[in-house]
Design a protein around this ligand. Structure first.
Ligand code: NAG
Length: 281
């Protein structure tokens, strides 16, 4: 009886703490007015709900987009997105970090829409010194249009990790020791846009955007950017393994069950041999 009561009050405490934490995340989860500029598409891009929500839309005339006011050099960037629902074929929602100029670095999430009931493709890429071509594509294990889900980028000098709802889906390691450039010096801004790409997006351009369903709308909330301090980088823990055992298991699960394209296994594309990072990691 006694232990049961202790168990109960412990549980209540945990529940209470969880609720509190959830509340704090909402309260301090950033404010879109403060953190972002609407840059494209006129009133197709909107901030509302006291700065807690942002939406982008696309119609026959134009798409829309926004970008962060600040630049980031390393950090963990989280954003929750709810993608265009229904028939979203031909639409692309891009969400990425990028620096400027011809030798820019870039870390990409792109969501390729589909006809109702068919899966979105999550397309990822990494550009270093202006060079990309490192695509990996995934299906998701949930319907990304029903609810908000969290898409995160952890960017450290040692590696870049892409996460979906905290599950790592891709790791890009620092390959400077094998001659592969790594984003390390150029600060990046956060960008997002919703646009029409029915010349290539859905089934390679076979399915066209159905404008009778326009406007198409995607939603954003709970932006959070956490920057790292120098002492955190030197913390031995972060210099070794990028993921713990559980993270590595989740990554394998995603790559085994949901990865539909990996440039590192595309023999046709690299008949002369794969890029160095594919051969060494
Ligand atoms: C759309 O659905 C088709 C059929 O299920 C699938 O082959 C394709 O990968 C899906 N996604 C995109 C973006 O084309």
């Amino acid at each position: 009886m006694g232990t049961l009561r202790i168990g109960c009050s412990k549980m209540l405490l945990v529940m209470f703490a969880t609720i509190l934490m959830g509340c704090c995340m909402v309260c301090h989860g950033g404010n879109f007015y403060q953190d972002f500029d609407l840059t494209w598409g006129g009133n197709r891009a909107k901030i509302f709900g006291k700065g807690q929500l942002l939406s982008l839309s696309l119609d026959r005339v134009s798409g829309s987009g926004f970008q962060s006011k600040k630049e980031y050099l390393f950090g963990r960037i989280d954003m929750q997105l709810k993608l265009v629902a229904g028939n979203s074929a031909g639409t692309v929602t891009a969400y990425y970090l990028s620096s400027q100029g011809p030798t820019h670095d870039e870390i990409d999430f792109e969501f390729l829409g589909n006809v109702t009931g068919q899966p979105y493709i999550l397309h990822t890429n990494v550009f270093t010194q202006g060079k990309g071509g490192r695509e990996q594509q995934f299906y998701l294990w949930f319907d990304p249009t029903k609810n908000f889900h969290t898409y995160s980028i952890i960017w450290k000098p040692q590696h870049i990790i892409f996460l979906v709802d905290n599950t790592p889906i891709r790791v890009f390691k620092n390959g400077e020791s094998i001659g592969v450039a790594f984003p390390k010096k150029q600060p990046m801004k956060i960008y997002s846009s919703l646009w029409n790409a029915d010349d290539w997006a859905t089934r390679g351009g076979l399915v066209k955007t159905d404008w009778s369903h326009a406007p198409f709308t995607a939603y954003y909330r709970n932006f959070n950017a956490q920057t790292f301090t120098a002492s955190q980088f030197n913390d031995g823990k972060w210099q070794s393994q990028e993921l713990d055992a559980y993270g590595r298991r989740r990554l394998r699960w995603v790559q085994k069950n949901f990865m539909i394209y990996n440039y590192c296994t595309d023999y046709k594309r690299f008949p002369q041999g794969f890029p160095a990072e594919c051969r060494h990691f």
